[in-house]
Structures are given as structure tokens and as C-alpha cells.
Design a protein around this ligand. Structure first.
Ligand code: AMP
Length: 447
């Protein structure tokens, strides 16, 4: 399979955009999905957020659109307006390079520009809005739609959007190519997939994001908030997302942190659309280092540069832990996902481990956080090159104004250097321990 985007023979405009984005090689999901969508194969793509799945479907769609035809040709359905906006932002680069490309957003809180919808080749929308535009307002004609994409599908099916999706499906022609992207295939998706797709290929990008270190911080009978506060004192993140399952906890924790001198902002489902947009803007302007968020509010939102994630509790659905940690370590960057643990979390941690994620224990010492061992002895070899989280803090830009476009690359190089150094230290330590062990054994055998 191809290793460079140039081998795909995309149009010059697409190649130029990829070059300007500095995308040289396709990610694993892109390598799998692009050729399939080019052949109009129905497909379910299972991969974590941050794996590059947006471009996995955008690139073949953009390639297939007939720009001379000002009619909707591709439809992308997403669960939230933020995600719709995010995909739209991704498309802006392409719109600059391809002036004939017209894209419409069909989301809540936005007036429908009917003439624009009619003349757009690509439509992105939330289920209710799409359905409304198709059936009640009759402004969205789907007779020329060739691609229908559902992104973050597990959330669409969870959120009882299923009946809207079901109805929408009935409007398409037989030749429409369907693609569904999700971090997991949930039970609610099974009947839907069975009903609609005789011939659907499932592409699963296995393996967890190796850029993410999963670390357990035991709360040792202390209130978890106190452990969280302690943690914020020893890490120095570039951007840190703190997750709590319940909205009330999000509010409580963020208020407590603010009164304890850790400035943060909250992101939960009760914020109005305006407040949410404003909050995201402030986050992306790097006004805060800490964001306290609920699972739903943070789903699918691409907050750039998250270096740390902290879970103060276990989400109801184990998959959400994967979504939480997937906010960091995006694409080529490294990140740390902390879990503040007490004994009641043991069962859930085991479930997560069964999904292939391995945790290391870290503990507080007078010097900050120290490595305190691995949960699973068998995983030792895999986890030897852990990154010392204390060192990560050294990578933050000194001042906000200093954030330059190339900072991520530099951060990555810096991390590589630190990772190597930490590994060397770990190996030296291991040799020292082995020598000591051998010496002890020899002394014992002479006794
Ligand atoms: P996604 O999973 O689509 O949200 O993508 C995660 C991040 O990876 C986004 O910031 C993308 O811009 C970036 N990305 C996607 N594909 C590539 C690629 N082939 N090379 C480098 N970065 C990419």
C-alpha cells in the first residue's frame, strides 16, 4: 500500500493542500479507507479519534465531486455542530484551492441559507437538521448524492438519532456509497448495519495509540479532588483536559480549582451554543491551561495541543475512557492520560486493560511524580520507554505569543530526545539492579 500521498495521483489542487498542511504520508486509516471509497465500497471504519479519519473520507469525496455540477453530491452526517464546524474548517483549505467547491453546514443555531444548500456539492449536518432540510423544507435534494458518510457513528446511535438516520436512508438511490466511522461498533449499530448493508467492509485499525502513556495515580483513600489538586501542582501541561462524567462534578471541580488558584474553564452540555463557541475560541487561543469537561461536551472536538488528560472518575461506558485519552497523543504528538484511582475503579480498569491498554503507576514523592511500577508484569517490555511526565512540562512554550506554527514539530523532537534519555536512564537503572541482584545471589551461595 502506498506510503506517500503523491502516489495517489490526486488532483494538483488536492496535492497542494496536502503539501500546505504538511501531510506527506497517509495515516493507517487513510491507507485503508481511501482506496475503498475510491471504488465506492461501503465501509465501516473503526479507529480512534485523532487517527486522521476525517481526511480518510474527505479526500476521496473531494476527488469524486463534479465541481461543474452545482448539486449536492456528498452528505456528511455528524452528531454535534462542533464536529460539523470542525470538518468545515478542514474543508476551508480545500475551498481556497478549489474555488468551485461549495460546502453547506446544516446545524442548529444557524439559519438555513436555502439557495446555498441547493447549490452546494458537499453538505455537512446533524441528523435532525439534515432530515428537516430533506423532508419538511425540501431544500436538500438527494437524487445526485453519491456518498453518504456518518462520522462519530457510535454517538449518533447512542443519542437516539437512529430514527432520523433510518428515515434519511430511505431517500437515497441504490448507487450511494455509505461509509460509517466510529471508535467502536456498539450494539445499537448492529441491526442498522445488518438492515442496510449486505456488502459492507469493516476496516478496524487495531492497536492503541502508542503516543499515549496511561498512568494511574492512586488516591490512597484521599478525596479524589485533593489528588487532582496535587497532580496539577507537579505537572506543567501545555493544555490539559480534566474529565468528569457528571455535569455537576465538572462545575464543582472547576470552581474548586479556580478557588485553589488553578485557573480553568468548564465545558459541559448545559452551556448555550454561544457560550460553547466562545469557550472553544478561548481554549484555542490558549487562554487556559486546564479545561474541565464532561464526556459528551468534549466528544469529537479537536482541541489542538492537548498534552495531558486527567480522568477523575471512570466514565459509565468504558469506551469513553478511550475517547478521553484520545484527546491527547493526536496524530504524531505524545501525551499522557492520568487516571485518579480508588479501589472502586478496579473492575473498570481491568475492562480497559482487556482492550489492550496498559497502565503504569505513578506516585507522589518530594521531587514530584515518580514511576511506581507497571500494573501488568507481562507488559514490562512494551512500557520500558515511558516518558517521565515531569519532563513533559518542560516542553511548554514559555509565552503564549511564542506559539509558532512549527512548535508541534519542535515539541515532538524535544519529546523524542527526552524519551531517549528516559529510556537510557531506565536501562542503566535496570543494569544496576541486575548487578546488585547478581552480587546478592553470589554472596548467598557462599554462605
Ligand atoms: P482526525 O482523526 O481526523 O481528527 O485527525 C487528527 C489530526 O491529524 C488532525 O489535526 C489532522 O489535521 C491530522 N492529520 C490527518 N491526516 C494526517 C496526515 N496524513 N499527516 C499528518 N497529519 C494528519
Amino acid at each position: 500500500m502506498s506510503n506517500s500521498f503523491l502516489d495517489y495521483n490526486f488532483s494538483q489542487a488536492i496535492d497542494e493542500v496536502l503539501a500546505s498542511l504538511k501531510f506527506e504520508q497517509p495515516t493507517a486509516i487513510q491507507k485503508e479507507i481511501i482506496p475503498l471509497l475510491r471504488q465506492k465500497q461501503n465501509v465501516v471504519g473503526i479507529s480512534q479519534t485523532g487517527s486522521g479519519k476525517t481526511h480518510a473520507f474527505l479526500l476521496p469525496l473531494l476527488e469524486k465531486i463534479d465541481f461543474a455540477n452545482e448539486k449536492p453530491q456528498a452528505l456528511i452526517m455528524v452528531p454535534t455542530r462542533e464536529l460539523a464546524n470542525q470538518i468545515y474548517q478542514n474543508l476551508k483549505e480545500f475551498m481556497k484551492a478549489i474555488p468551485q467547491l461549495k460546502v453547506s453546514l446544516l446545524i442548529g443555531g444557524k439559519d438555513l441559507d436555502e439557495s446555498k444548500i441547493i447549490a452546494s456539492q458537499l453538505i455537512i449536518g446533524t441528523p435532525g437538521r439534515l432530515f428537516d432540510a430533506m423532508t419538511t423544507r425540501h431544500v436538500l435534494k438527494v437524487d445526485q448524492i453519491e456518498y453518504f458518510v456518518i462520522d462519530e457513528a457510535d454517538m449518533i446511535f447512542d443519542e437516539n438519532f437512529l430514527k432520523d438516520v433510518d428515515k434519511i436512508m430511505g431517500y437515497f438511490n441504490d448507487n450511494v456509497c455509505f461509509s460509517i466511522f466510529s471508535a467502536t461498533i456498539t450494539k445499537t449499530m448492529h441491526p442498522f448495519l445488518k438492515n442496510y448493508f449486505e456488502n459492507i467492509k469493516i476496516v478496524e485499525i487495531k492497536g492503541n495509540n502508542e503516543n499515549i502513556e496511561h498512568i494511574i495515580i492512586p488516591s490512597k483513600g484521599q478525596d479524589k479532588y485533593q489528588t487532582l489538586l496535587k497532580l496539577t501542582k507537579v505537572i506543567d501541561p501545555y493544555l490539559c483536559l480534566i474529565f468528569a462524567s457528571k455535569k455537576e462534578d465538572v462545575i464543582r471541580i472547576s470552581e474548586q480549582l479556580n478557588s485553589d488558584g488553578i485557573t480553568c474553564i468548564q465545558l459541559h452540555g448545559d452551556l448555550s451554543a454561544r457560550e460553547r463557541t466562545k469557550t472553544l475560541k478561548r481554549i484555542n487561543n490558549l487562554e487556559f491551561k486546564y479545561i474541565v469537561a464532561s464526556d459528551i461536551a468534549a466528544r469529537g472536538i479537536d482541541i489542538d495541543g492537548v498534552s495531558h488528560v486527567i480522568s477523575i472518575d471512570m466514565p459509565k461506558e468504558i469506551e469513553y475512557y478511550i475517547h478521553r485519552s484520545g484527546r491527547t497523543g493526536r496524530h504524531q504528538y505524545t501525551g499522557i492520560s492520568y487516571f485518579i484511582y480508588d479501589n472502586s475503579d478496579e473492575k473498570s480498569i481491568k475492562k480497559i486493560e482487556r482492550k489492550g491498554i496498559s497502565f503504569a503507576y505513578y506516585d507522589f514523592s518530594k521531587d514530584g511524580l515518580v514511576f511506581a511500577g507497571l500494573r501488568n508484569r507481562e507488559q514490562k517490555t512494551l512500557k520500558q520507554d515511558f516518558v517521565n511526565p515531569e519532563l513533559l512540562g518542560k516542553l511548554k512554550p514559555k509565552k503564549k505569543e511564542q506559539v509558532k506554527p512549527g512548535y508541534k514539530k519542535k515539541r515532538k523532537q524535544e519529546l523524542e530526545r527526552i524519551r531517549k534519555k528516559a529510556k537510557q536512564q531506565e536501562i542503566r537503572e535496570k543494569i544496576r539492579r541486575q548487578k546488585k541482584q547478581r552480587k546478592n545471589n553470589n554472596e548467598d551461595s557462599f554462605k
